[in-house]
Design a protein around this ligand. Structure first.
Ligand code: NDP
Length: 332
């Protein structure tokens, strides 16, 4: 049976403008870091891709190295896009990034023009598409002039291989410089992709203010702290969870007893709001309108559906926010 997207897919999703740009992103976007590599189950991830689009998730986020092995997420999902999404490319926002190690030698990582533009060509081949919507510098390279890295992003846009430029993991200070360079090149920075969750609030100090002032959007990655901010680890480490897998980026040692005490308390607040902890963790980020989108990962359709239900309750009372802050106080 060929895949036919749900005709009601735009009815229940909301979209937010990325900074001062013309681009709107769904409140929840789907990330392909884990769960879409050659080590994963094709039917499971194919159904996650289908369900996302059926629910109005129009934004799919990749990087050159997602897998494992690196590159396999782009290749695997590229084959699904080619087969099942042929008529829907204009309804999708596909992003990719370059910055971390992808191939051996001095041109296979960081921020040189050589690396970024070669990597984008490789990503386009793996994804089997003519252009990506957003091309990111995945991390700041202290040893390459920022003008060169930003120049490569702007060049990709001028070539038509990317429609917008983005940066990820850049500090507030470097973001200001990067945004100024991109603006001078006629390719404004569309979006910043930082790590942001209840367990990691570094962006609140300066970055969010900078993004707001510069008119740049914010898409928060690892909003569930890789699964810690769900009810998954409350009673130990389940089989097949990210923390149990040798290729998972989450180490079981990160899930300490002290942390679990706090997660349990957060879970109680989520229950009192009639939400799962995953849902509350997503809602908590979206309460800030400067957050354009929350970039979730999912290893099953059920997780994705759980996460999307966060949108049913995005408001918090002052009392709830104070309670959450006091639980998190010693962590951030
Ligand atoms: P999350 O914090 O959303 O963690 C996703 C994981 O949490 C899932 O794979 C699953 O793990 C678990 N999970 C998700 N939903 C539920 C649920 N409802 N109930 C229970 N468990 C759940 O995000 P990721 O860390 O995966 O990051 C999301 C995306 O952000 C990435 O795919 C990537 O696109 C981007 N990213 C960007 C980075 C950057 O440097 N720019 C770095 C990291 C991520 P399990 O396998 O255990 O079921």
């Amino acid at each position: 049976m060929p895949y036919l997207p749900d005709t009601h897919r735009y009815q229940n999703m909301s979209y937010r403008r990325s900074g001062k740009s013309g681009m709107q992103l769904p409140l929840i976007s789907l990330g392909f870091w884990h769960n879409f590599g050659d080590v994963d189950d094709f039917d499971t991830y194919k159904n996650i891709v289908y369900k996302s689009f059926d629910k109005g998730i129009t934004h799919f986020d990749f990087a050159n190295n997602y897998g494992p092995p690196p590159g396999s997420a782009e290749k695997n999902v590229g084959s699904i896009l080619k087969k099942d999404f042929k008529g829907y490319r204009d309804e999708l926002i596909i992003s990719t990034k370059a910055g971390y190690l992808m191939w051996p030698g001095p041109y296979g990582e960081w921020g040189s023009r050589k690396y970024l533009l070669s990597s984008l060509d490789q990503s386009l081949k793996r994804l089997d598409i003519d252009y990506v919507d957003i091309f990111y510098s995945h991390r700041f390279d202290p040893n390459t002039p920022l003008e060169e890295t930003m120049g490569a992003l702007a060049h990709a846009v001028k070539q038509g291989k990317a429609l917008y430029a983005g940066i990820s993991n850049y500090s507030a200070e470097v973001t200001i410089k990067a945004a100024n360079i991109l603006k001078s090149l006629g390719t404004p920075c569309l979006i910043h992709q930082p790590k942001y969750s209840m367990l990691d609030r570094w962006v609140e100090k300066e970055l969010m203010g900078v993004l707001d002032q510069k008119g740049i959007g914010c898409i928060a990655f690892s909003p569930l702290a890789q699964g810690i901010l769900t009810n998954k680890y409350l009673n130990g480490i389940p089989e097949n969870s990210r923390a149990s897998k040798s290729h998972g980026a989450l180490q079981s040692t990160q899930i300490t007893k002290e942390l679990l005490v706090k997660i349990n308390k957060l879970n109680d607040i989520a229950i009192s709001r009639n939400q799962t902890l995953a849902q509350m963790s997503i809602s908590w980020l979206l309460k800030d309108h400067r957050v354009t989108s929350v970039l979730v990962g999912a290893s099953s359709v059920a997780q994705l559906e759980d996460n999307i239900k966060a949108l049913e309750n995005l408001t918090f009372s002052n009392e709830e926010l104070t309670k959450i802050d006091s639980i998190l106080a010693k962590l951030n």
